[in-house]
Design a protein around this ligand. Structure first.
Ligand code: GDP
Ligand code: CA
Length: 327
């Protein structure tokens, strides 16, 4: 079975780890292609940093800082300290020494002319994530967030500045995936979608992770027309994000922070099935009324087994809607 997953960072990576465990136990020969968000990418200290690709790569490759959910395990911060001693920032973005090496290799290869997709493949040769990880695009796309500031009035800041430096503490007025309109899907992206047996949206951020991937022209259309089940899992549990500030970017696109509203935001043109947490069982009716098959199951990724159970439920729902479509 060929499974395609659209993924952001932590929510995507933890789900993927469960999915890998689930298919290893059950099906045997499933192959998983991950289309990763690159809208969070940022240039720091002359280096190209791809936080979401790296979170997926480190998590599946066994190098992640487990509690934090991003960055390397056993990290040290000598380079960051030295940079600060020179007064060189930003100091709000935590790059550790081990992590720096990844960004150095990536930047060096990009400088030599390799596209990001080839660089990602090379980095994965070390980490062996057990999935094929492809960036959504080889082109530069950068998510910017429009905010109102007391000093400068209304302005757009890089997503990382909004998320990491400002902790999304002010309302987001708009989310702009800068460069998306001109971007092309990376090699292999549309092919993987066309050849997929099932397409999954993990509980990643619907706006700045999955929304950004869908903003690359051709990807949304390819998924809608793939003719295979598309099943998503809600990142919103009990009317709040499980982790992070997704409510802030959902508000910016006029979507309530509820499991049902997120399903309706994706819409029945894209989604065939949607999983909500058991605490949101009351939402299933509204989701089904919107034309999306919905089930309530536990959606907290407390460990790999819990994430694997979620993945099995998603695959089960996919088979259920596949049967329906054919009947
Ligand atoms: P990011 O790029 O690191 O922000 O990661 P993603 O976009 O992939 O995922 C972020 C989303 O994951 C957040 O909106 C969280 O609500 C969601 N999330 C994190 N952990 C869990 C979990 O255990 N269960 C569910 N349902 N969602 C989760
Ligand atoms: Ca991200």
């Amino acid at each position: 079975m060929r499974i395609v997953v659209l993924a952001g960072g932590i929510g995507g990576a933890r789900f993927l780890r469960g999915l890998k465990a689930a298919v290893a136990d059950d099906a045997g020969d499933a192959d998983i292609t991950v289309i990763g968000n690159t809208g969070d990418d940022i240039h720091l200290f002359g280096l190209k940093v791809c936080p979401d690709l790296d979170t997926v790569m480190y998590t599946l490759g066994g190098g992640i800082h487990e509690e934090q959910g991003w960055g390397r395990a056993g990290e040290t911060f000598a380079v960051k300290t030295e940079l600060a001693a020179y007064g060189v920032g930003p100091e709000w973005f935590g790059l550790g020494d081990r992590d720096f090496a990844t960004h150095i290799v990536r930047t060096q290869m990009l400088g030599a002319g390799y596209p990001l997709s080839a660089v990602t493949e090379a980095l994965c040769a070390r980490w062996q994530p057990g999935v094929r990880l492809i960036p959504m695009t080889d082109d530069r796309v950068e998510t910017h967030v429009v905010v109102d500031t007391p000093e400068d009035g209304r302005k757009a800041v890089h997503f990382q500045e909004y998320w990491v430096r400002m902790h999304a503490s002010v309302p987001a007025r708009a989310i702009l995936p800068v460069g998306a309109e001109q971007s092309k899907p990376a090699p292999g992206v549309l092919e993987a979608i066309a050849e997929a047996d099932v397409i999954l949206f993990p509980p990643s951020n619907p706006v700045v992770s999955i929304g950004t991937i869908l903003a690359v022209p051709g990807i949304r259309e390819a998924i809608a027309e793939a003719g295979v089940p598309v099943v998503g899992l809600s990142p919103i549990v009990g009317d709040a994000p499980v982790r992070g500030m997704a409510d802030k970017v959902l508000a910016a696109v006029g979507v309530e922070s509820t499991a049902a509203a997120v399903a309706e935001h994706y819409g029945s043109g894209l989604l065939d099935g949607w999983l909500v947490d058991t605490v949101d069982a009351g939402a299933t009716e509204a989701v089904e009324a919107a034309g999306i098959r919905c089930r309530a199951v536990p959606l907290m990724m407390t460990d790999v087994d819990a994430a694997a159970r979620m993945a099995r439920e998603a695959l089960r729902l996919a088979e259920e809607v596949r049967g329906q479509a054919r009947a």
